[in-house]
Design a protein around this ligand. Structure first.
Ligand SMILES: *Cc1c(COP(=O)(O)O)cnc(C)c1O
Length: 359
């Protein structure tokens, strides 16, 4: 069976090599006679996998001293609530509103304190990222929250906001490890795994340990970051298999040359598609050029009545997952790390042929 090119926004494509590696050791992990799924999370064998996974991630992120890696459940969506629950506690936090996910993060934060809108691109249809000089920052904010890549609208921060002494916290779900990130500029980042890191079921959280010095004390055990730091993500049973898969993805990424190397590939992939969109009068990309995401590329056809045909013919050509989000309509091609350049080249060739026929 031939693999398709999967442009889905998430859960998203995974490198074939990673899937093959997992398949090869699925029933018998390295001659031990059992699957990773069947291992005690506290046993030596799984502890080795866990330590290796963290070590790979620490290398890929160039993890600064004082930062810790956590594997939590509940997706990025639980972090929308867990963050303010732990760190807002009646205070005020700045949020930059750049789309659906930042909106959901703000809804949860309002339950625990004051949410100040530091900037919003809502009036611009979320087609751009506010510039540093547009950020109205409160120097007394408990933290400032951004969404580094907006999966639905296809925008991505081209810069890391300077927030002075205010801890910067970011939802990096859809561009984590796609480009270098200077973690020392962030107090915490989080990312659901199912876009760039592995399968659904685990959420990566990286935080500066000192951030928790002022964290709320009386929280349900499972919702306190302190619990998971103290238990090294093993206060309770973690999603063992998903974490193992994240480890395989991290190993694959290291073999690609790491984050700086994959960034070059991601730049080329995005340029290939955006150039094709910009050359064409048949396709249109709504996002501001400076804010364009390398990970999620939304576009529309000149005649939306052709959308269904476009999707059907694309699928027949082995190009799937291109339907845009229901809020934006049109199309969206997600070009996460695991999407090979060949897949994007095939998509562009298909789009040009479709335009010649129907444009
Ligand atoms: C997908 C996504 C989420 C939601 O992730 P879940 O793991 O499903 O909760 C949050 N933020 C961003 C930016 C996303 O792309």
């Amino acid at each position: 069976m031939a693999r398709i090119y999967n442009f889905s926004a998430g859960p998203a494509a995974m490198a074939e090599e990673v899937l093959e590696e997992a398949a090869a050791e699925l029933t018998d992990y390295r001659g031990r006679g059992l699957s990773v799924m069947e291992m005690s999370h506290r046993g030596d064998l799984y502890q080795e996998i866990f330590a290796e996974t963290k070590a790979r991630l620490a290398r890929l992120f160039a993890l600064p001293d004082g930062y810790r890696i956590l594997f939590l459940q509940g997706g990025a969506s639980l972090q929308f609530a867990m963050l303010p629950m732990n760190l807002l506690a009646g205070g005020s936090a700045d949020y930059v509103h750049t789309g659906v996910w930042s909106g959901k993060a703000m809804v949860e934060a309002r339950r625990f304190g004051r949410v100040r809108l530091a900037a919003s691109s809502e009036a611009d249809g979320f087609h751009r990222i506010p510039r540093q000089d547009e950020l109205n920052l409160d120097p007394k904010a408990r933290y400032c929250h951004i969404t580094t890549n907006n999966t639905i609208y296809g925008t991505e921060y081209p810069y890391t906001p300077a927030t002075g002494a205010v801890p910067l916290i970011a939802d990096c779900s859809s561009n984590v490890l796609s480009r270098p990130l200077d973690l020392s500029r962030f107090a915490m980042i989080y990312a659901g795994a199912q876009k760039n890191l592995g399968p659904a079921g685990v959420c990566l959280v990286i935080l500066r340990e000192a951030l928790l010095e002022e964290a709320a004390a009386e929280l349900p055990t499972m919702l306190a970051y302190r619990t998971h730091l103290a238990g090294d993500s093993m206060f309770n049973t973690p999603p063992t298999f998903a974490i193992y898969m994240v480890g395989l993805v991290a190993g694959w990424l290291e073999r690609q040359g790491g984050v700086a190397a994959i960034e070059l590939v991601n730049r080329r992939k995005a340029a290939l598609l955006y150039d094709a969109l910009d050359r064409s009068a048949f396709y249109h990309c709504p996002t501001e050029v400076a804010s364009r995401s390398r990970m999620n590329v939304p576009f529309t056809l000149a005649d939306p009545r052709l959308d269904a045909l476009f999707l059907a013919e694309a699928a027949a050509a082995g190009l799937v997952g291109l339907k845009g989000h229901r809020l934006t309509g049109g199309m969206r091609a997600s070009l996460y790390n695991a999407m090979p350049e060949e897949g994007v080249a095939r998509l562009v060739a298909f789009m040009e042929a479709f335009e010649r026929e129907h444009g």
